[in-house]
Write a protein that binds this ligand. Sequence first.
Ligand code: PMP
Length: 310
Amino acid sequence: MQKTKYIWLDGRRVLWEDAQVHILTHTLHYGLGVFEGIRAYDTVDGRTAVFRLNEHIDRLFESAHILQLEIPFTREQLIDETLALLEANEMGGGYLRHLVFVGDGMMGLHPGTNKVRVSIAAWPWGAYLGEEGMEKGIRVKVSSFVRHHVNAMMTKAKAVGGYVNSILAKREAVALGYDEALMLDTEGYVSEASGENIFIVKNGVIKTTPLTSVLKGITRDCILRIAEEEGYELIEERFTRDELYVADEAFFTGTAAEITPIREVDGRNIGAGTRGPVTERIQKRYFDIVKGADARYADWLTYVGKPVGS
Ligand code: PMP
């Protein structure tokens, strides 16, 4: 990973190397914490903008609310500090990681009065599932690990500990030579990947899983808007793995993964075994939007630094 100069920790900017925590940090032991992954893009006019910053910060607060973590900053403070950090790091586009975690103090499962701490880090990060995957599609394995039951983990919270399930699935898929893992829900229907939502396309109709067992992806929400605008019929309905096997196209969505085509699942080609035309069209629209080339979506971008001309 490419280091940058500063990390924001508990209200102040510290040098990257100095952003340290105590070994008895509660979250390190038990996983109670929430986070966000956000992207900033270099826009067509030469500036840098954070994509859907408000929605990500809102989700961070919702995740914290679900897990009963009181964030000791306001939304506005975190937004301002995010933008100031990107400016101070002079890094242009990249990835942002907001983490809300429980500090040290009491041990034992009850977090007691331990301080709720917040950090923001930012660093340059390219295509999460590889440049080639963005064009040709990736190979996916249906995991032997089941996604969380909705009453075991809180699936609407982007919770630190929830990602143990994702890591188990991801490691299994990679060890078997695949790029990404797709998990089924506790009833056996398609749920989500280790860090992405999924869409399938059949006869021009786009389908995605309902939000029941999956994270309410912000990229997923973008696709719903784009698909509607492009005139596609879009259905939010659960589907089975064999419906995915016989789809014409399939793709993952996520802040890190952006729009990543799926070319193969469990050794079966999806459609022609390459990126399909609907996926390509949606991908292009998405990249235009994040780079500020589509004026209709200007309110999804929060620019870093002063506006041009001021
Ligand atoms: N599901 C999971 C489990 C994720 O980790 C992510 C990434 N945050 C997503 C879906 C996609 O969410 P988003 O588009 O908001 O990044």
